[in-house]
Design a binder for this molecule. Sequence first.
Ligand code: DGL
Length: 282
Amino acid sequence: MGRDYGMTDTRILKNKGIGIFDSGVGGLTVLREIRKLLPQENVFYLGDTARVPYGNRSRDTIVKYSIQNTRFLIGVGIKLLVVACNTSSSVAINALRSKFPDLPIIGVIEPGSEQAGGTTRTRRVGVVGTRATIASGSYRSALHRFDRGIKVFQQACPLFVPLVEEGMHRTQFAHDIAQHYLMNLKKHDIDTLILGCTHYPLLSPVIQRAVGSRVKLINSGEAVAVKTRAYLSRLDLLKTKGKGSIHFFVTDAPVQFKKIGKLLLMHDIANSIHKVVLEDYE
Ligand code: DGL
């Protein structure tokens, strides 16, 4: 396992993993979709649990953390990187692409926007995400690249992530907070809502209740998995045989990670979690 993702021997590359990173546990929603679609692939998932949340941090810090995460995963041996974190995808993806030009990198913004653009009938699309994601305007730009005529209504929901991290996403409290955040989007009469944060698919039932059953919720994870498969296939890097393994890396105590991991992936992941330190990956 070395830093040799640029090598051209496709047989070796095919057996390398798909690297996925997120600021914490939320990116497991993306991993779940990739796993469903590509069960034969080896996957390395890094959750930066020591430094979560990214969503309220400055651009420089998010870029620095994202570079460290990528360097770590390259060291483990990956053929493609999925930036599952919406905040990193919004703020750091260009920096990552210029820093690691040989590594195929997929973010979550484009696939989610394309899916939303193809879904909306009224061309009125809502986006919810962390403060950094909403402030970056990344979804607005991507939706407009898809269709300039789409009207985009955005809402930062900073309390959603802690609700999920605390396992409170099914409570009345979560419902009340969702009502509060989504009241305005509802007034704008959207027909499609992008869940622009890794954690929000876990809040789908409360979000759906708050915006009404006619609004279609877009979970970028599915679209990212489809794009990952297409990308690997185009590069002739799909691993087509055998059952893939999953290794989890976290930067801090993995208690909540184990709990939510089990909930999302429907099996115990405790034995495949490794604790790592990223500060040296400058
Ligand atoms: N993973 C982040 C995202 O998708 C949410 C959690 C955080 O703020 O770090 O935006």
